[in-house]
Design a protein around this ligand. Structure first.
Ligand code: ZN
Length: 238
């Protein structure tokens, strides 16, 4: 393991255009549950499975029920960034890292100081009135009573990509561009089985592809370096 971490450090040293692609594993180390995992958000007290509650049609038909779940389970305001978030922000400040592409919606990269973050699934920090598009922050939504409403009376919707909804074209295009131009791609905390993670990695043409994940992934044989360790244990060393 020490050899691999040394190798990882050398790769970071020689790279000047690093992109980090992160999944749920980045946030679980801050204590945020991964609702796709078996012990994640599944909870008997809800009448519906999380995938159904977090779908577009459910939001429209059962907005009240959606917000009960959303406010209790998706509130990331009480969580803090971890060592991985902070180190990535530091690499960006030092001109080594150009972008973070994330599947997480909790805003912890920005809280740690990262500026160029592409959020494939949106963010709980941004919310808009469905009628007049007025912006509302996360505090407003999570602290509201019942369904959060705009001053115009419209219903506020979080800018997160629900099931049945498409990803934002510009975010995808920007992520692809960043990955295409990177000399090093670090993929962390994702099993790379969920779209679009798998597809995005195919755009990487740079020198060093590094996968950091507790378990193996379908892409291990294509990587220059595979570290089966928690992200925090790796990033605390650089
Ligand atoms: Zn409005």
């Amino acid at each position: 393991m020490e050899d691999k971490i040394t190798q990882f450090k050398e790769m970071v040293e020689e790279s000047n255009n690093i992109v980090f692609f992160g999944g749920a594993g980045v946030s679980t180390e801050s204590g945020i549950p991964d609702f796709r995992s078996k012990d994640g958000l599944y909870n008997q007290k809800y009448k519906y499975p999380p995938e159904e509650i977090l779908s577009h049609s459910f939001f429209i038909a059962n907005t009240d029920e959606f917000y009960k779940f959303y406010k209790e389970k998706m509130n990331s305001l009480k969580y803090e960034p971890n060592i991985t978030h902070f180190k990535l922000a530091e690499l960006e400040r030092n001109g080594k890292l150009t972008a973070v592409v994330t599947q997480n919606i909790d805003g912890l990269h920005q809280k740690a100081g990262s500026k160029n973050v592409y959020e494939l699934h949106g963010s709980v920090l941004r919310n808009y009135c469905m009628d007049c598009r007025k912006f509302y922050d996360a505090e407003y939504v999570f602290n509201s009573q019942g369904i959060p409403r705009c001053t115009c009376g419209g219903i506020i919707k979080p800018d997160v990509v629900l099931y049945e909804e498409g990803l934002d074209d510009l975010t995808i295009a920007s992520s692809i561009s960043a990955i295409q131009n990177a000399d090093m791609l670090i993929v962390g905390g994702t099993s790379l089985t969920v779209y679009p993670a798998s597809g995005l990695i195919n755009f990487f043409k740079g020198k060093n592809l590094v996968l950091i994940n507790r378990d193996s992934t379908p892409y291990d044989n294509r990587a220059n370096l595979v570290i089966n360790e928690s992200l925090g244990k790796v990033f605390e060393k650089i």
